[in-house]
Design a protein around this ligand. Sequence first.
Ligand code: ARG
Length: 251
Amino acid sequence: MKKTLLTLTTLALLASVAEARTWADIKSSGTIKIATEGAFPPFNLLKGKELTGFEVDLANALAKGMGLKVQWVTQPFENLLIGLNQDRYDFVIASHGITPERLRAVDFTNPHYCTGGAIVSRVGGPKTAADLKGKTVAVQVGTTYLQNVSKVPGVGSVKTFPKDTDAQAALMAGRVDSWVGDKFTGLDLVKAQKGKLVQGALLFNERIGMAVKKGNSSLLKELNSALAKAMQDGTYAKISGEYFGQDIRCR
Ligand code: ARG
């Protein structure tokens, strides 16, 4: 009896320190578990109960190419890479810029798109980095926008919001002078606000990739080849065109 108990305890311990699922594990299970935020239009968003957006469609297409079903998980942006390192899902696709800091925690695929962080203000508001002197800027927490805006010389206060859409709302409500976010998101926002907002300067460029747990090289390799194939066979261009009217791959 005692022996059985001990064995069970040992098993439970082993399970809790289990490694990330390798490509072979995922393949034999038939389902890949993918995490995103679901609040970052037009890249990943929840429309009612339906998860959609450029990255959602792209990841679904990649999984299809790999012969797998998908199980989606949504998490607040700040928790996504932590959950990855706790083996809660196989990979993350949530517009993460490939930065040296993040590369210390996770591994990234080849970039699935290239973009940058741009200023958006109400008409007459700040347009350049120099204009941000002494101004209040809204950004989503844990992002490269926060990192880069904080470096602008003389910037006033930087206000962080759990969700990017909340940071945008603060700009629209007049609680901040500017919002810094993705340049494509900014274009959509300016368009939707019909003449109330303007997009200003691009503060930085970034390459966006999918994250796997550090060391999960078998999955990384499969994702990279699925992405390369989608980029070659027209799948990528079609999805990108639907969301952006252009192909946003890195060149
Ligand atoms: N590209 C920015 C970064 O790397 C923002 C990503 C935000 N993604 C999201 N799903 N909210 O930090």
